[in-house]
Write a protein that binds this ligand. Structure first.
Ligand code: ADP
Ligand code: ZN
Ligand code: MG
Length: 483
């Protein structure tokens, strides 16, 4: 590639407040059209908006997690355009005095921050359903659903400091997890509670002047983000190769042709005629209010912690993707202090295998889990002190808080109590019964050892650990060599 890639993202996150941003209507994702509407969110004349404090609280949580500078004074503005899903013919948004500025999100895999320009609060629009055509012009008629009109929406705009498709994906993924962990949104791309527009330009390698950007609108999946960006990189670099200038425009992604297409150029861009919203007072937020709002560790912070625990990317993403499992992991980690058999890796191994199996089959009763039992179980597994294969089927009982693990395992004969005399005797027998394998091993065939251990274990079921047997056999065979 002769060019540097420069990407800036504009992300919209719907807040999962109980009510809408400026009225008392319920904020819910429902299949019944126009169920949650009132004069305010339908834009009827004479109705007046009132700000929802919960939306401010959720916003502040996100702004704090993103280390933004939260404004003590901000205001709302009207952004004008005409489309039937917006009955007032303007959207209440924020323009020159947004609720927060700056901020950053760490991309641990790339060891860099993505810096933010601003984040602000605005209302969502309703939804148009075009019948008999793809858009308003071509449709025979259009249905309107205003359940979403007036739902609180946060817009996050990054600086143009994302330099690859992979960075863009990691940014969006970590932003999604951040909102999820804060409990302020369900951030589902397929339901539209997380949406993204991507700006992308190319410039000659190491040039310090940005190229002309193209904006890709309405990205509704991670796959689509990657495909549309890769397509644009290819399209723009081919044009630049031929010495053709890029035109600044807004493009859409066509899933059928797997390509982007022009929606409008700069000349056709809207003039939104922003002006201050006269029906709402400016918003003053005190420093005490901001300080009183507490937030938990963010996924980026967990990510860094996990890197320092030597977990790899796959293990880390497994933990982060499920907040409940992530919390459990951290509780377990807290309990392992002093237990040398159990560490971060062995806990993840347990969570990814045995635990995930139960979890996926809805067999986990979270309130009834006993942390200590899990640690002890992992410890016994790591130490190879139990008959793992036969223990697994009792896992739901083993995790239960009422369970006395040691007694239970003893009663089911699952703890391996080594009988050293028996082990010696059986190993001697196995060695004398299998002269060929012994010879193979002495001739350097490592596989033969596995065979001998297997023979011994068959007869020592539950009375010896494979490690013990293996070590003893090796010692005996090495004695052969010396003699
Ligand atoms: P506009 O005024 O056209 O909306 P902004 O400066 O507000 O542009 O930026 C909008 C988005 O476009 C931001 O996410 C920003 O990072 C990104 N952006 C701006 N310039 C470029 C560029 N040359 N290449 C890629 N992205 C850019
Ligand atoms: Zn309403
Ligand atoms: Mg802009």
């Amino acid at each position: 590639m002769k060019y540097d890639i420069v990407i800036g993202l504009e992300v919209h996150i719907e807040l999962s407040t109980e009510k809408k941003l400026f009225c008392g209507c319920k904020n819910e994702f429902t299949h019944e059209p126009n169920k949650n509407v009132c004069p305010v969110c339908l834009g009827l004349p004479g109705s007046l908006p009132v700000i929802n404090e919960q939306a401010i609280e959720y916003f502040v949580k996100l702004a704090k997690a993103l280390e933004c500078e939260i404004s003590n004074f901000s205001k709302f503005d009207r952004k004008h355009y005409f489309y039937p899903d917006m009955p007032k013919n303007y959207q209440i948004s924020q323009y020159d005095l947004p609720l927060a500025k700056g901020g950053k999100l760490l991309l641990p895999n790339f060891n860099k921050y993505v810096f933010l320009k601003r984040i602000h609060l605005e209302e969502d629009t309703g939804k148009s359903i075009h019948i008999g055509g793809d858009n308003l012009k071509e449709a025979k008629y259009t249905l309107l659903n205003y359940n979403r009109a007036g739902v609180p929406l946060v817009e996050i705009v990054t600086e143009p400091v994302i330099y690859s498709v992979e960075e863009a994906i990691e940014f969006l993924e970590l932003l999604r997890l951040t909102a999820l962990y804060l409990g302020i949104s369900d951030v589902k791309m397929e339901e539209g509670s997380l949406r993204c527009d991507a700006n992308i330009s190319l410039k000659p390698k190491n040039s310090n002047q940005l190229g002309t950007k193209v904006e890709i609108k309405n990205i509704n999946s991670f796959k689509f983000l990657a495909k549309a960006l890769n397509y644009e990189i290819e399209r723009q670099s081919q044009l630049l190769d031929k010495g053709i200038e890029i035109i600044q425009e807004t493009r859409g992604w066509d899933e059928k042709t797997q390509s982007t297409y022009s929606m409008r150029t700069k000349e056709e861009a809207h003039d939104y005629r922003y002006f201050p919203e006269p029906d709402l007072l400016p918003l003053k937020i005190s420093q005490q209010y901001i300080q009183a709002i507490q937030i938990p560790l963010t996924p980026s912070q967990y990510y860094q912690k996990y890197i320092s625990l030597n977990l790899n990317e796959e293990e880390i993403m497994f933990l982060l993707e499920n907040q409940q499992i992530n919390n459990l992991f951290n509780n377990l980690l807290e309990y392992t202090k002093g237990n040398t058999n159990v560490n971060a890796k062995s806990i993840v191994k347990f969570l990814k295998t045995d635990f995930a199996y139960l979890y996926n089959n809805n067999q986990i009763k979270w309130e009834e889990i006993k942390i200590n039992n899990i640690i002890n179980y992992i410890s016994l597994v790591e130490n190879k002190s139990i008959d793992v294969l036969n223990t697994k089927k009792y896992l739901p009982e083993i995790l239960h808080k009422e369970m006395n693990l040691t007694e239970f395992l003893k009663s089911k004969n699952l703890i391996i109590e080594e009988d050293h005399n028996l082990i010696e005797k059986l190993i001697d027998e196995v060695i004398s019964r299998n002269p060929q394998a012994v010879e193979d091993y002495l001739n350097g065939k490592e596989k033969a050892l596995g065979f001998l251990v297997g023979q011994a274990m068959k007869e020592l079921k539950g009375k010896a650990k494979p490690n013990t047997v293996s070590e003893l056999i090796v010692n005996k065979l090495q004695a052969f060599i010396k003699n």
